[in-house]
Design a protein around this ligand. Structure first.
Ligand SMILES: C[S@@+](CC[C@H](N)C(=O)[O-])C[C@H]1O[C@@H](n2cnc3c(N)ncnc32)[C@H](O)[C@@H]1O
Length: 277
């Protein structure tokens, strides 16, 4: 039985774990909307892990989610949570604000970036938002800073995008399948538009609503104080901040969920572990 649980795993999962996400392209990932609860019985798992998932729920949904994590853990089971660290974002914001005001050009670019981390991830109404536009520009003026902040994920996103553009240019119009797909999508759009018109729904707001409940945007943020408070209130004990390389989970490094060969996937993370009483 797979007694380690990875919730909202995205593409980062291990076949020895029970992995869950909204959508799945793999036999190793179970499809489920975690807002409807965690689909397992009480006290089943020795480890419950989620990375960059909790912030996608509202504050009250987040609390229910942590209560669910508590429920499915065995006594003395470990919860490990990684979230973007609000405290670090705010500290970066204040440092770069001061330096930008004093005229430092690099800090002006860093200020632009940290505003995207703080607001674009919350307020965007379409996939990737302004953050994607920043990452996809021909030359990122503070590339090293951006990679230091959000790590390899940014590099991968940018490279995928640039490769896609090049491939698309070459394949453009060559591929009949693509033409059919474009046609089908345009028909789909027209049908949705018609339905919205008939039912008096503004298509723009319908699309925004659909996007905002798709699990991409941040609905709440945490720091070492608020996450500790939440875990304490739900009943966890032995709450500890960890680095990517530290864990009470046996054989943690083997699973490569947060790093590989010393490369950290999400350096902007606050990582906390705790134990079910
Ligand atoms: C930022 S990604 C993090 C993915 C992965 N854990 C990682 O650290 O790279 C957030 C993940 O949470 C999933 N997610 C968000 N809301 C969800 C929900 N209500 N139910 C299930 N999965 C959800 C998304 O589909 C996405 O894969």
């Amino acid at each position: 039985m797979k007694i380690y649980l990875n919730l909202g795993c995205g593409k980062r999962y291990h076949k020895e774990w029970t992995n869950v996400d909204f959508k799945s392209n793999s036999d190793n990932v179970i499809e489920c909307n975690l807002l409807n609860g965690i689909p397992f019985q009480d006290c089943k798992f020795e480890v419950v892990y989620h990375s960059h998932v909790l912030e996608h729920f509202t504050k009250s949904e987040g609390r229910k989610f942590i209560e669910e994590c508590y429920r499915v853990l065995k006594k003395n089971g470990i919860i490990r949570i990684a979230v973007p660290d609000l405290e670090q974002i705010v500290r970066e914001y204040l440092t770069n604000l001061e330096l930008a005001l004093s005229g430092n050009q690099q800090s002006k670019y860093n200020y632009d970036w940290i505003m995207l981390e703080m607001y674009d991830q919350v307020l965007r109404n379409k996939t990737g938002g302004d953050m994607a536009q920043y990452l996809y520009q021909a030359k990122i003026p503070n590339e090293q800073y951006v990679y230091k902040r959000i790590g390899e994920e940014a590099r991968i996103l940018r490279n995928d995008y640039l490769n896609n553009i090049n491939n698309k240019k070459q394949e453009h119009n060559k591929n009949i399948l693509n033409k059919v797909k474009v046609k089908i999508n345009s028909i789909k759009k027209r049908i949705i538009k018609l339905i919205c018109k008939r039912s008096n729904v503004d298509i723009k707001y319908s699309n925004i609503g659909k996007f905002r409940s798709s699990g991409e945007i941040h609905q709440w943020m945490y720091d070492r104080y608020s996450l500790n408070k939440l875990l304490t209130e739900v009943g966890f004990k032995n709450i500890e901040i960890k680095t990517v390389f530290e864990s009470n989970i046996p054989n943690w490094e083997k699973f490569k969920l947060e790093s590989e060969n010393q490369t950290i996937y999400k350096p902007d993370s606050l990582i906390i572990e705790a134990i079910k009483k």
